[in-house]
Design a binder for this molecule. Structure first.
Ligand SMILES: *Cc1c(COP(=O)(O)O)cnc(C)c1O
Length: 386
């Protein structure tokens, strides 16, 4: 008997505690967590500095509203601005809300309405962000959707060439996360940026999953040498305290005046304290370079262990957002890996997605590789059997 809406296909795991790269269930079974609360706990579970920051803030005050100046909001915004191409930040509570703010800002600023996104994208579950999401399964049963959203094929340039000047914004992920861990190609990103200039549209990069060090840069778009007008962030930003942010270019600042947009909880000081501690730790060159080194180590080892496995098609990703594309549906493999104490996620029907904490140790990576090796070798036998 549950008192909750059954909106999630929950695993048969009841959590007792979580620390670092590990989750312990009520039966004291320990799982190596390569999900990280879905790209949220980038410093691992219950990071000591984040905990300290939150505890210190709790003792000072924990909510007063945005009628007050709250210096901690300025501190977090400064960190975000210093490590991105934006100049001002709007704080909210989730990825969907950050994208909502971006869509509202783009329409108000340009006076245009059409928003272009991409097939297999994911931008959230609210009406605007669901309308922006290029996946029918997310939208089914909820129509009519918001008007003026169009979806183009990802990593293809031709449809972009046909866009005209009625476009307010083009919004995309630089690695499609939910859609199957699909990194954008440089040529495609260049064409998107060029198209925005040509048609007078804003470039919105949804960094909700790819931001906050996940790909080895503060934000994933920084691999591509482009300058977005708007960057949205959430997931990893508060290490598990709910927080989202929309970061906008200087030319957009005057478009949002007092009363244009708002959020009761946005910029909540507890969330800000968590974000400040998180950003202070992650936005260091040494830390980010290690994410890239771990990517190289993990992807090389994965290739040597399962690269030639009959079920594996491709191993790809950026930083510690890694996908194993398989030739079959992966839900059973995800379940078996979990039975064998490794937590991973599906991304689309055929991709196993790994999002270890950015703080994962090489020993833990080796342990995960051992579980993957063992699990895939039993899969090989069963695949041969039928
Ligand atoms: C998770 C996600 C969202 C939605 O974030 P919520 O906090 O669940 O609203 C939006 N965009 C991307 C790319 C995401 O991965």
């Amino acid at each position: 008997m549950s008192y909750l809406f059954p909106t999630y296909a929950r695993w048969n795991v009841s959590v007792k505690e979580a620390k670092g790269s590990w989750v312990t269930d009520e039966n004291d079974k320990k799982y190596l967590d390569f999900v990280s609360g879905i790209a949220v706990c980038n410093l691992g579970h219950a990071d000591d500095d984040v905990m300290q920051g939150v505890q210190d803030q709790l003792k000072k005050y924990w909510h007063v509203s945005n009628l007050f100046h709250q210096p901690i909001q300025e501190e977090v915004a400064k960190l975000l601005v210093e490590h991105s191409d934006g100049e001002a930040v709007f704080f909210c509570n989730s990825g969907a809300e950050a994208n909502e703010a971006a869509i509202k800002l783009a329409r108000k600023h340009t006076g245009k309405t059409k928003i272009v996104t991409f097939l297999q994208s994911f931008h959230g579950r609210t009406f605007a962000t669901m309308s922006a999401t290029g996946q029918e399964k997310i939208q089914q049963g909820f129509g009519p959707l918001l008007e003026k959203f169009t979806y183009l094929p990802y990593n293809q340039t031709q449809a972009l060439e046909e866009l005209e000047e009625d476009v307010a914004a083009i919004m995309l992920e630089v690695v499609q996360g939910e859609g199957g861990v699909v990194p954008a190609e440089q040529e495609f990103i260049d064409k998107v940026a060029e198209t925005c200039k040509r048609v007078g549209a804003l470039l919105i990069i949804d960094e909700v999953q790819t931001g906050i060090g996940r790909t080895g840069k503060p934000f994933g778009y920084q691999h591509y040498g482009i300058t977005p007008d708007i960057i949205t962030s959430a997931k990893g930003l508060g290490s598990g305290m709910p927080v989202g942010a929309m970061i906008g270019a200087s030319s957009l600042i005057e478009t949002f005046q007092a009363g244009s947009h708002g959020s009761t909880f946005g910029g909540n000081p507890i969330a800000m304290a968590a974000a400040k501690a998180t950003l202070t730790k992650i936005l260091q060159d040494d830390f980010l370079n290690e994410v890239t080194e771990k990517n190289i180590y993990l992807v090389n080892k994965l290739n040597s262990i399962i690269g030639n496995h009959p079920l594996v098609k491709e191993i790809r990703g950026k930083g510690l957002l890694i996908g194993i594309e398989c030739k079959e549906q992966v839900s059973m493999m995800v379940d078996q890996l979990r039975d064998n104490n490794l937590l991973v996620l599906p991304a689309g029907p055929n991709v196993i997605r790994m999002l270890p904490p950015l703080t994962v140790s090489y020993e833990e990576i080796d342990e995960a590789l051992g579980i993957i090796d063992q699990t895939f070798s039993t899969l090989k036998q069963s695949a041969v059997a039928h």
